[in-house]
Design a protein around this ligand. Structure first.
Ligand code: MN
Ligand code: MN
Length: 468
């Protein structure tokens, strides 16, 4: 018999544990089942507009309705200019004593079409792009892309574009230079210089119009096609928002199917978890308000971002719905008494690039949602540093409820860094902490999450929303 007695001091050690080691076989089945729904969400919600529609569709199915002027309903949704959303579930307690907020974002890095995108070169029609958010440009070439968005025509019609994910749809792509000729042009350069942004041009056609005397014959043929199919003309692109995103659905990864590979998991992994949480809450004491915001990847500026006024507007709405006066004083007082989870993903310890992480403070895939006390870079610059009191409260909450969670910060000190919406929430006088699943391959066209982390994040967010 081996001696299992612990050494002195061992019982005081902190040892994070894998979710897979902490759940029952029945829960493992639940984790894999939830993964199916998670993939369906990711595949349906590839842009902020599609995510907004999907979130509201799911909320509607669970009894959420539009706000009614003059009070109620108890569960309502706000579609904020079609690119952000909020779900509110009114509690039994006076909201001015504080509410439970979760903020996530539903925009992801991608290639946006420019406002004058279409041109022809060497008898191939192209669409010029302006990339959105932080991306490694080389990951976006030589891979199938889908186009999604909206075109507003000269007479004000809104035309939806969705092409590249249907079984018979064509796809689009940015071509890359053949290796045989790439030596001086690319391979000898720094990665950041090997692919200039103005070479991220999307191939979209090659058949010319029949008139051999005409100029730009392929471009003309594409314009004809666009007019026949969508009723749009070239000038309409100026009032369009078309995003090129990776084509194809979310997929299982690995022999054991434990991981999910998909575009857009930053931050739709957190958005999905927050959505599942708020949809499962029954009769909350404190009012729950969950936000799905736009523009995080470019700094949260803009009317649909966290630095806009959506939070104050929804705060006023929920006061009205609760029969309270939606005065500015009441809004500020309610927010000041509230707690907020800034639900955003963090980077997982990368097995192939461990040298950029500091292992004691790095998060692991499969170890549950990651609590991050602060983000920022170069000495916590631009960070909202959650207080020890708030971190302590969250630890107690999760430990009591059996949530498997972990702690992690993004990389070694001075290695790089990044921010979240947390600081925009803190600016409003709300206590806020970053918590979310971790990803490998973050900001790439095929990010990797663990189904165990998604499951535990749903649980963590629900426990938070139900907290008093
Ligand atoms: Mn994010
Ligand atoms: Mn991001």
């Amino acid at each position: 018999m081996s001696d299992k007695k612990k050494s002195p001091g061992q019982e005081f050690q902190y040892t994070p544990k894998s979710v897979w080691d902490r759940v029952t076989d029945a829960e493992k089945k639940e984790i894999l089942a939830l993964g199916e729904d998670y993939k369906a969400f990711l595949s349906a919600a590839k842009t902020e507009r599609l995510a907004t529609a999907e979130i509201i569709k799911r909320a509607h199915g669970k009894g959420f309705n539009e706000l009614i002027a003059g009070g109620g309903p108890k569960k309502f949704y706000v579609n904020y200019r079609k690119k952000s959303a909020a779900l509110v579930h009114l509690g039994t307690e006076d909201p001015i004593r504080g509410i439970n907020l979760i903020v996530s974002h539903i925009d992801s890095p991608r290639l946006d079409l420019k406002q004058r995108p279409l041109y022809e070169d060497v008898e191939i029609a192209h669409l010029k792009t302006h990339y959105y958010g932080g991306l490694k440009k080389y990951q976006w070439v030589a891979r199938p892309l889908a186009l999604y968005g909206i075109v507003v025509t000269g007479d004000g019609k809104e035309v939806q574009i969705a092409l590249g994910d249907g079984p018979d749809d064509p796809v689009f792509l940015v071509s890359d230079l053949l290796i045989h000729l790439a030596g001086k042009a690319q391979m000898d350069k720094k990665i950041s210089e090997a692919l200039p942004a103005e070479k991220l041009n999307i191939i979209c056609g090659s058949i010319p119009v029949g008139d051999t005397e005409a100029k730009e014959r392929v471009k003309l043929a594409i314009l004809q096609h666009l007019h026949d199919t969508y009723g749009i003309i070239e000038e309409d692109f100026i009032s369009a928002e078309i995003e090129a995103v990776p084509a194809g659905p979310a997929r299982d990864v690995g022999f054991d199917r434990s991981l999910v590979g998909s575009y857009g998991q930053d931050d739709r992994a957190s958005a999905y978890s927050a959505l599942s949480a708020v949809l499962s809450v029954q009769e909350p004491t404190k009012t729950c308000a969950v936000f799905f915001l736009d523009k995080e990847e470019i700094g949260s500026d803009g009317v649909t971002g966290a630095r806009g006024r959506i939070i104050e507007e929804v705060a006023a709405d929920l006061l009205t719905a609760s029969g309270k006066e939606a005065s500015q004083t009441n809004v500020w007082e309610m927010l000041a008494h509230s707690r907020c989870i800034s639900a955003d993903v963090n980077g997982a310890l990368d097995p192939d690039w461990q040298e950029v992480h500091e292992k004691n403070n790095a998060a692991l895939l499969g170890y549950g949602p990651c609590i991050t006390k602060f983000t920022g870079s170069r000495g916590k610059y631009m960070a909202s540093d959650a207080s020890a009191e708030l971190v302590g409260w969250v630890r107690r909450l999760f430990n009591r409820a059996g949530v498997v969670w972990q702690y992690g910060e993004l990389g070694k000190v001075d290695e790089g860094g990044g921010g979240t919406i947390a600081k925009d929430i803190a600016e409003r006088g709300i206590d806020v902490i970053d918590i979310g699943p971790v990803l490998l391959n973050m900001h790439s066209p095929f990010e990797i999450s663990s189904k165990a982390d998604i499951y535990m994040s749903c649980k963590a967010f629900r426990v938070f929303l139900e907290s008093t």
